[in-house]
Design a protein around this ligand. Sequence first.
Ligand code: SF4
Length: 337
Amino acid sequence: MKINEYFPPRKIEKQKTRCLLLFSGGLDSTLAGKVLEEQEIDILPINFKSCFFDSKNAIKIAKQLNWPLIIVDITEEELRLVENPKYGYGKNMNPCIDCHAQMIRFAGKLMEKYNARFIATGEVLNERPKSQNPKSLKIVENESGLVGYVLRPLSAKLLPLTVPEKEGLVKREKLLNISGRSRKPQLALAEKYGLENYPSPAGGCLLTDPGFSKRLRKLLEWKGRLELNDVELIKKGRILFENKTLIVIGRNKKENKALMKNALESDFIIITIEKPGPVTIIRSFEKSPQEDIIEKASLLTIRYSKGKKLPSLTVKIKHGEEIEYKKYSYIDWEKYF
Ligand code: SF4
């Protein structure tokens, strides 16, 4: 885990108690911070980022509210977690229970460094049927190793008393009792606090995206392990899975550039010669891709190029130091696709 004090923490005022706020930049975690601020708690927002979710919203909202912000990169830890989550996945490849527990556990490790007395989150009881029901919230707390120190300000009145409440650091009567999937109470609070332009709930985590999850599941099935480079590769382009081989075709200049950056020595890289076209990457999870797969990928590269209607077109196929040129004359697309 790599820590970045993006907007540096301020000195805690003497009479104030500090808490670390798990902060995604979404409305719920922003409101949790606002509710605590109202009772003079010094909140220090911590945002976790990885190859599946970024910090854009957290940066935007922290800047808007003039909050400090600590960004913690947990890419490696998240990859290992997604491979085999103890409490399984949600609807897609999102292991939300394990993920929340991990974030709270990591935040717990920073409590001493930042003189924080407890952790706060924007979780709302029963907002998500699987990961935020009473049992799941309890599991998250137990698994994080911080029993009693996790305060959920938006639903606290419906949950057991926490240590900061018992110690009088937080006034329970000023906390809330929100439960369920309706967003009405949160929207009313947003208005009360004058919050505008907040991001939509659960937006931004690729693990909740059905299309991406399908690709990720396939990768995991084939390789038994998730590597950062493979995950980056399946984020872009047109993707085809063929016999333990991944074919990725760039859809525009930006994706072509990103694919070139991601390419490994062992990959096959295909481009068209006479006319501009996509960059295609072939990555095999076996020894080497079969000839017919290379041919299919070459033809697809031509098909998505500006030269698809020409009588013939050449592709360059690069594999490590080896370079091969192949000219395709009349292409009977019907025959292939
Ligand atoms: S939505 Fe994504 S980031 Fe949020 S808890 Fe679930 S897996 Fe983690």
